[in-house]
Design a protein around this ligand. Structure first.
Ligand code: NAP
Length: 231
């Protein structure tokens, strides 16, 4: 299982959900930049490993396309196969239209759209066939909101890209599901809504449980263009 944005929030909750379950997911390729939070997660998984699973952490800036290409070859050498891919990493710096810095717009598209595309394409080039790809978009991609232009546009593109992936990869037996979470208590949400009380909204574990369901036998019954997950 490969999870991007695994250092915290929804990605970390998903990693822990699958790691601590007695299931057939034995190897975890976890991607994020170097941080204290990521180090703590890696240490936690290493120190409490009831089912003897393997964790392969990789520090990477997903805005660096060349590094993603190289890393996917390393991942294939290391793990041999990626059955479950969770394209979860996300970035936003909300800004009014007049103040949008174009470099930041490029970064938003780079992390939110080009990175998941590149991961899927490179692993396909390496001969990988996925069982399940989960792309995390957002309800922000389903309608424009003031100040969220770059983020919303990137997520709208993820929703659309997922539909094309779903159709193109069905011949390999790959299921592609796009999830659009609503408000979820994470650092990213705090960036978008700094005054909100995080205890009143959906928690990362809730989204992780939906991803878990998608990977289960019941998940095969979900045939969705864009699965909205919100409280
Ligand atoms: N929270 C919400 O309300 C909400 C709603 C809808 C959709 N989403 C989506 O859910 C996904 C997970 O976000 P979250 O809410 O769990 O936020 P989060 O806790 O802030 O986590 C974001 C993750 O993305 C990673 N990331 C960001 N920029 C990166 C970069 N340049 N290179 C590598 N990794 C990078 C972060 O890793 P680093 O440690 O490297 O920063 C972190 O692991 C995102 O796609 C987000 O858009 C969230």
């Amino acid at each position: 299982m490969l999870i991007t944005g695994a250092s915290k929030g929804i990605g970390a909750a998903t990693a822990e959900r699958f790691f601590y379950a007695d299931n057939d997911v034995t190897d975890f390729i976890l991607l994020a930049r170097e941080s204290e939070e990521f180090e703590k997660l890696i240490a936690r998984l290493g120190g409490d490993n009831p089912h003897g699973k393997k964790v392969y952490p990789h520090f990477i800036d997903l805005n660096d396309r060349a590094r993603i290409v190289g890393l996917m070859h390393d991942v294939m050498n290391e793990a041999g196969k990626v059955d479950y891919l969770v394209n979860n990493a996300g970035y936003t710096a909300p800004s009014a239209l007049q103040q949008i810095d174009f470099i930041d717009f490029e970064r938003t598209i780079g992390v939110n759209l080009y990175a998941p595309f590149t991961i899927v394409q490179e692993l396909l080039h390496c001969g990988n066939t996925f069982e399940l790809i989960v792309n995390i978009a957002s309800t922000a991609g389903m309608g424009g909101r003031p100040g969220w232009l770059t983020y919303g546009a990137s997520k709208a593109a993820v929703i659309n890209m997922s539909e094309a992936m779903k159709d193109e990869l069905s011949i390999y037996g790959t299921r592609v599901v796009c999830i659009s979470p609503g408000r979820c208590a994470t650092d990213l949400r705090r960036t978008l809504a700094p005054d909100e009380d995080p205890t009143t909204i959906m928690q990362p574990e809730h989204v992780a449980s939906v991803i878990d369901m998608l990977a289960s036998d019941v998940g095969h019954l979900v045939d969705s263009q864009n699965l909205v997950v919100r409280q």
